[in-house]
Write a protein of this length. Structure first.
Length: 544
């Protein structure tokens, strides 16, 4: 086939987790996509370790949530987190959450954080970003809407009146493409963002790390701490975090290094020996990647029909697990709006609400992640005194434990992950009071602009399982169904009507009628259907 010039309605640049998720959401919506990636294959280094409950709700809709769970920490493993001086040192603090298997099988007898599992069908799923990306790629390989090209690097693009032209390098060949929509999922050093001269604002280079991905079946025998999802060594010359990827055989040590340190000069075997306190006889270094922690957000998320998502739009510190998951929600927000516009049931003005909604969340989440990191870094400044037996050392550890208890939001952060809200032009306020935005505790609310609250309709069936892929009209009481259908059909807006006869669910949603968007966000609710309901639908699709 001649690829000297080819048009795709949508081109995504970058096959990381966000680019893959955007492609998956667009394919779910029957949109034709080209996905290009400059690397020859996916990045095998794990990087992020937590797939947020909100992300899992979206993956459930795609039918891949179970696969993601199965690719991570076994469901019966204890979900423990240890803050230690180092592996031959002292335990400072331990946080235990219920194993995911217990959470799934026993929703009535949860000793720790009893509310947490009522907030979502999921807690954070501890699965490596590399495994998540493999599952997303496999999902894309099984549909006909996405064409994927690795070893294809975007080298230039130009915006025309109606189309965007691209130059893409494959080996020594330059291929010409054109598109209606260009999606920048090309990472923190985004060529697209840089060419558009969109600056990043916030805090750059908060800290530098080297990530050491290693395998050892003997690692767990070399210390007296139990299995954990994350270990946090606090001693200043070993400070960082060690992530467990399976049953205690493969790990990643994110070692904090001085900003002046050249990562290539770090002896990674020596670093692991130091933090463990002894040689690891069967140590296998799988890969090593340096990275920098930031709290940066792009000034703009959109330039005409070019959109920034994921790391191209915002750069995070890893604390809290917000970076990748914020990008996944970027993708879900934008994908349904692209479908709505290209299918003709929403105006082009709807696309402007992507930045209107998602940029404030990028700012909110980068600030929260940076705050978590700042608080953690404050307790990573101590040397040998952290292990001492003197009264001062004992008091130091006691003080650190009290401080770390206050930092539990680093691990248990459903308030940040589920409690975000939009105040965009498509949201129709009902005048209700906005609940507190707390990083630790999520306050379920069906107030317009908020995430539709999760509710177990019956065992293992969440209310989300009854939503359609487009707008869902929930009715908790009788109404003129034909009249509502006629209005949706007149405006050519795809919809699903869901009738729920459950008093507890109605109490949660508070109103008789609720309109849920394709991204599971509430756009309108009321006790009566107004005579001008057609204007409600025109507003939520920017068709006024």
């Amino acid at each position: 086939m001649d690829h000297s010039h080819k048009h795709f309605p949508i081109i995504i640049c970058g096959a990381g987790s966000v680019g893959l998720m955007l492609a998956a959401e667009l394919a779910f919506r029957n949109q034709k996509v080209l996905l290009i990636e400059k690397s020859p294959h996916l990045n095998d280094h794990p990087r992020a370790n937590a797939v947020a409950n909100r992300s899992m709700e979206y993956f459930r809709r795609l039918g891949i949530a179970k696969k993601i769970q199965d690719a991570g920490i076994p469901p019966d493993n204890p979900a423990d987190y240890y803050w230690i001086s180092h592996f031959k040192g002292k335990l400072i603090h331990k946080l235990s959450l219920p194993a995911s298997k217990k959470m799934a099988n026993d929703k009535t007898d949860i000793q720790n954080f009893p509310e947490e599992f009522t907030w979502s069908p999921y807690l954070k799923t501890i699965t490596g970003q590399n495994e998540l990306e493999k599952i997303l790629l496999n999902y894309l390989d099984q549909n006909n809407y996405v064409e994927i090209k690795f070893d294809h690097e975007l080298v230039n693009f130009n915006e025309g009146d109606k189309k965007i032209s691209l130059e893409v390098r494959n080996e020594n060949e330059i291929i010409q493409y054109s598109t209606n929509y260009l999606m920048a999922c090309d990472g923190g050093k985004s060529l697209i963002r840089e060419k558009l001269k969109i600056p990043l604002k916030g805090r750059a280079n908060i800290s530098n790390f080297i990530s050491i991905y290693f395998r050892s079946e003997k690692f767990m025998d070399l210390h007296d701490f139990g299995p954990a999802n994350i270990y946090f060594p606090l001693k200043n010359d070993m400070a960082g975090f060690i992530l467990n990827w399976d049953t205690g055989k493969t790990f990643t040590y994110h070692l904090m290094i001085d900003k002046e340190c050249d990562p290539s000069t770090v002896d990674v075997r020596e670093a692991l020996t130091k933090v463990v306190g002894s040689e690891i006889d069967d140590l296998e270094i799988i890969s090593v990647q340096p990275w920098n922690a930031h709290a940066l957000v792009a000034n703009k998320y959109q330039n005409n029909n070019i959109f920034l998502l994921g790391d191209a739009a915002h750069l995070f510190t890893p604390t809290g697990g917000f970076g990748m998951n914020t990008g996944i929600s970027d993708a879900v927000d934008l994908a349904w709006k692209i479908e709505a516009v290209t299918s003709g049931w929403a105006s082009c003005a709807l696309l402007k609400t992507y930045e209107e909604e998602r940029r404030p969340i990028g700012i909110r989440n980068t600030h929260e992640a940076a705050n978590c990191f700042d608080e953690l870094k404050k307790v990573m400044i101590y040397g040998d005194e952290i292990d001492g037996e003197s009264e001062d050392s004992i008091q130091l550890r006691s003080d650190l434990k009290a401080e770390l208890i206050n930092q539990n939001k680093i691990i248990s952060s459903s308030g940040t992950l589920l409690g975000y809200r939009y105040n965009s032009s498509t949201i129709l306020s009902d005048g209700s009071v906005e609940p507190k935005d707390d990083p630790r505790f999520y306050i379920p609310s069906a107030r317009p602009g908020h995430r539709a609250p999760h509710y177990w309709i019956k065992k293992n069936e969440t209310i989300y399982d009854f939503f359609g892929p487009h707008f869902t009209f929930i009715a908790f009481t009788n109404f003129s169904e034909n009249k509502v259908k006629t209005i949706f059909q007149k405006l050519k807006i795809p919809f699903k009507i869901v009738k729920i006869n459950d008093g507890n669910c109605k109490d949660l949603y508070e109103k008789n009628f609720v309109l849920v968007r394709p991204d599971y966000m509430i756009s309108w609710r009321a006790d009566i259907i107004p005579e001008n309901f057609v204007d409600v639908l025109k507003t939520v699709t920017c068709n006024l």
